[in-house]
Design a protein around this ligand. Structure first.
Ligand code: DGL
Length: 263
C-alpha cells in the first residue's frame, strides 16, 4: 500500500472529467491536480511548446510526492507521454490507449469517429492506435478547436455552446456508431454532443476509460491507498482559483480548495 496522492495534469479544467471517474471508481485515492488554464488551450500550439508545458506540469506534480501521474489530457498524451514516461520512475498513464481499446469494444460496425484538439487530430495517434489493435476499423477524425474555449469559460450550457457543437459535428452525423471524445474537456459537453449525434452513437470518454488502467496498475504494484477517511485532495491552477473552483465544484459535486500556482 502507498498513501501518497495520484497526480493529474491537464491544460485546464478538462482533466476534472477524469478526476470525477477516479473519485467514483477509486474513492480511497487522494488527488493532486494541476491545470494550466493560463496557457490553455494547448491544442493549437506547436508540439515543442506543448512538450515544454507538459514538463512544467510534471515537474510541479513531482514536488508533491505523487506515486503515479495521469496525463488527463489527450494533447499532452499525444505529444509527450512516450518521452516522459520513459524518464520517470513512477507509473505514468495517458488517455489515448484506453480510449482506443474502449472504442473498438463498443463499435459494432467498426466505423469510429474521433474528435479532439487540432494537435491530437494532426498527430493521427487515435487512428494509429485503433488500427494497430484492429486494422479493419475505419476511423474518421475531426478537430473541434472551438470546444475547449467554451468549457474553459464555463459556457457549457449556453445556446452558443449548442450552436458550436451542432455545426462542428455535422460532418460526422450518420457516419459512425462510436465517437471517441478525444479531449478531456469534451465530456463537459456530453449531453449536447449526444443530442447532436443521436442516441444510437456510443460516446467514449477516454479519460474515464483510463481510470480502469489506473486501478489495474495500483493493484499490480500494490500501491493502493489504504484509508477511506481524512482525504485532502489538492487542486492547483495557473489562472483564477475562483473560476476553477466554480467549474470544479459544479462538475465534481464536492467542495474543494483551489490554489493559484505559477509554473
Ligand atoms: N484537455 C485537453 C485534451 O484532452 C487539452 C485541451 C486544450 O488545451 O487544447 O486534449
Amino acid at each position: 500500500m502507498d498513501n501518497r496522492p495520484i497526480g493529474f495534469l491537464d491544460s485546464g479544467v478538462g482533466g476534472l472529467t477524469v478526476v470525477k471517474e477516479l473519485i467514483r471508481q477509486l474513492p480511497h485515492e487522494e488527488i493532486v491536480y494541476v491545470g494550466d488554464s493560463a496557457r490553455a488551450p494547448y491544442g493549437p500550439r506547436p508540439a515543442e511548446q506543448i512538450r515544454e508545458f507538459t514538463w512544467d506540469l510534471v515537474n510541479f506534480l513531482l514536488t508533491k510526492n505523487v506515486k503515479m501521474i495521469v496525463f488527463a489530457c489527450n494533447t499532452a498524451t499525444a505529444v509527450a507521454w512516450e518521452e516522459i514516461k520513459e524518464k520517470l520512475d513512477i507509473p505514468v498513464l495517458g488517455v489515448i490507449l484506453p480510449g482506443s481499446s474502449a472504442a473498438i469494444q463498443a463499435s459494432k460496425n467498426k466505423k469510429i469517429g474521433v474528435i479532439g484538439t487540432p494537435m491530437t487530430i494532426k498527430s493521427d495517434i487515435y487512428r494509429e492506435k485503433i488500427q494497430l489493435l484492429d486494422p479493419n476499423c475505419y476511423v474518421t477524425s475531426l478537430a473541434c478547436p472551438k470546444f475547449v474555449p467554451i468549457v474553459e469559460s464555463n459556457e457549457m450550457t449556453t445556446s452558443v455552446a449548442k450552436k458550436v457543437v451542432y455545426e462542428s459535428l455535422a460532418p460526422l452525423v450518420g457516419k459512425i456508431d462510436t465517437l471517441v471524445l478525444g479531449c478531456t474537456h469534451y465530456p463537459h459537453l456530453k449531453p449536447i454532443i449526444q443530442n447532436v449525434m443521436g442516441n444510437s452513437v456510443q460516446l467514449i470518454d477516454s479519460g474515464a476509460e483510463c481510470i480502469r488502467d489506473v486501478s489495474v496498475l495500483l493493484n499490480y504494484f500494490q500501491i493502493n491507498h489504504n484509508r477511506s477517511d481524512g482525504h485532502k485532495h489538492q487542486f492547483f491552477t495557473t489562472a483564477s482559483a475562483e473560476s476553477f473552483r466554480e467549474i470544479a465544484e459544479y462538475w465534481l459535486g464536492i467542495a474543494i480548495d483551489v490554489e493559484h500556482v505559477k509554473l
